[in-house]
Design a protein around this ligand. Structure first.
Ligand SMILES: NC(=O)c1ccc[n+]([C@@H]2O[C@H](COP(=O)([O-])OP(=O)(O)OC[C@H]3O[C@@H](n4cnc5c(N)ncnc54)[C@H](OP(=O)(O)O)[C@@H]3O)[C@@H](O)[C@H]2O)c1
Length: 315
């Protein structure tokens, strides 16, 4: 049956490969790509080349007003029957900065805004437009573990604080350094897993939520904000490590994301898919008190953008 999947982060990297797989393997899908600037039109032209059903809606995920506008537009198209029923949301877009001081127009720290709040606002604004069975997949990261085994010390581990502190610039020591930015990144990915647990508890039956960890994937655009040496290593040197078990190639990571989105990889709601199978995320990621606090903060921080859109509240 024809259905719609809304996807962020489909323009390049892991998401681009996943989008190709989704369209090739599921001909009934209308893929609605959420992308900024020229990325959207380009993605539609390239992904739709084989006659696949692809369209795009513009949004800069660093702006909650932009996310609200995109989600409202999608709701309208679904209500008017211009899109087939909504059965999926893939929150794959993500950023990693070399500082924790980058501020969005809404006054949030940019990593937290893009990696956490943008997904939350999409989920909440689209929640009452899903047709069950539906699946939400949010891309997480090995870095949320914060131990050497999971990222060989390349990214500092998460440093949890009150979500109201995490949402603002300067939440971590050395906020102007790459370590500060990467701590913001690993902490945002821990937050994503916390929220997936909350979605599994709070969303209506038949709307599943799953966190997907691709592993370390060298050669994508994720480190584009880093210095020239790191960028060179990510682009030229580290892709060679994809031959070793520690790292994952971009094509495998994208295929596995598509496997989770399409249900080829079976994963119950609230689960964490590590590459190609359900596994436990870090021990600290199951802290229910924290999860409740984060949900409450995410609701409050995005409230100005859900007002009037009438998402079915489940608080
Ligand atoms: N690479 C890794 O080692 C790794 C490991 C674990 C998890 N991940 C996660 O995997 C996901 C994909 O990352 P990747 O490695 O494929 O990186 P990538 O090549 O940089 O892709 C990131 C995607 O996010 C989009 N995006 C970023 N900021 C945006 C914004 N403000 N508005 C709209 N779209 C935005 C980008 O769009 P543009 O084309 O417009 O920039 C792009 O499509 C991310 O969530 C990342 O955290 C990556």
């Amino acid at each position: 049956m024809q259905h719609t999947i809304v996807m962020t982060g489909a323009s390049r990297g892991i998401g681009r490969v996943a989008a190709e797989h989704i369209l090739r393997r599921s001909p009934d899908v209308h893929l609605l790509v959420v992308a900024r600037g020229p990325s959207g039109a380009r993605s539609v032209a390239e992904l739709g080349a084989g006659g696949h059903a692809v369209s795009h809606v513009p949004a800069d995920l660093g702006s909650l007003e932009s996310v609200r506008s995109a989600a409202t537009g999608i709701r309208g198209r679904l209500e008017r029957g211009e899109l087939p029923p909504l059965r999926g949301f893939v929150g794959n877009a993500g950023v990693q900065y070399t500082n924790a001081l980058t501020e969005t127009p809404d006054g949030f720290e940019a990593t937290f805004a893009v990696n956490v709040l943008a997904n939350h606002l999409f989920v909440r604004l689209l929640q009452d437009r899903f047709t069950a069975p539906a699946r939400i997949v949010i891309t997480a990261s090995d870095t949320h573990f914060g131990d050497f085994k999971h990222n060989m010390g390349m990214v500092p581990g998460p440093s949890w604080k009150s979500p109201d502190v995490l949402a603002r610039t300067g939440a971590f020591p050395g906020p102007g350094t790459a370590a500060g930015g990467r701590t913001a990144y690993s902490t945002s990915k821990l937050a994503v897993i916390h929220l997936v647990h909350e979605y599994a508890r709070r969303l209506p039956a038949g709307i599943d939520a799953v966190a997907y960890n691709p592993g370390f994937v060298p050669g994508t655009g994720l480190a584009r904000d880093a210095g020239p040496l790191t960028r060179f290593a990510m682009r030229c040197v580290l892709p060679m490590t994809a031959l070793k078990p520690f790292a994952t190639g971009r094509r495998a990571a994208g295929r596995r994301l598509a496997d989770v989105v399409l249900g080829t990889t079976r994963a119950p709601s609230g689960s964490y898919v590590d590459r190609d199978r359900v596994d436990r995320s870090s021990r600290e990621s199951y802290d229910k008190r924290r999860e409740g606090e984060l949900w409450e903060a995410a609701e409050r921080l995005t409230a100005a953008y859900t007002a009037g859109a009438d998402p079915s509240r489940t608080t």
